[in-house]
Design a binder for this molecule. Sequence first.
Ligand code: SF4
Length: 210
Amino acid sequence: MMIQAITKYLDTLYPNPRCELNYQKDYELLLAVMLSAQTTDKRVNMVTSILFQKYPTLEDLSHASKEDIIKIIRPIGTYERKAQNVLDIATSLLEEQGGIVPNDRQYLESLNGVGHKTASVVLSNLYGENCVAVDTHVSRVSKRLGLVKKEDDVFQIEKKLTRKFKGYSLGRLHHQLVLFGRYHCKAKNPDCSSCELSCFCLEYQKKKGK
Ligand code: SF4
């Protein structure tokens, strides 16, 4: 009942959810998701529009100087490490995969800067893998709605969401929860007055009880 109500509401709010990171090529998605750690998609889009235009192929990227990549991606923070990751990922994909982003979680998670969440976003967007990547928005919304426990880590959250939303598209759910968390159920000042999920929401009940 609750799961049905959540998916119905999210379908109404976001009938065509999609990744808000801009990309044209598969490897651009992988790099954009890696770059999005600890920053916003908006900022990533700003820097990748420059980076991917200046270095339009993987070969170009792999031969770029780290200093120049840093100069371009500086606004997104942790730029030293991320610039090195861009170079390492471009080189690895070229040398080991012929420039292809493979449908291979183990391989993707072995790349520098690519963790479980990044691999999930990439595999679900590129290959339709039915998995829910758990980021800060997915985690916050799931906890507020009582879908998971407050103390659950990202792996427990992923496991519980996968079980509870069995039969639904988890990639779609991921995008919807991200959009809901980003624009509606925000970390600060969530828009509870217009939220149709308030009847299920632990956060809302806590606020009301004050
Ligand atoms: S009622 Fe408020 S806190 Fe709860 S899910 Fe809706 S927007 Fe988020």
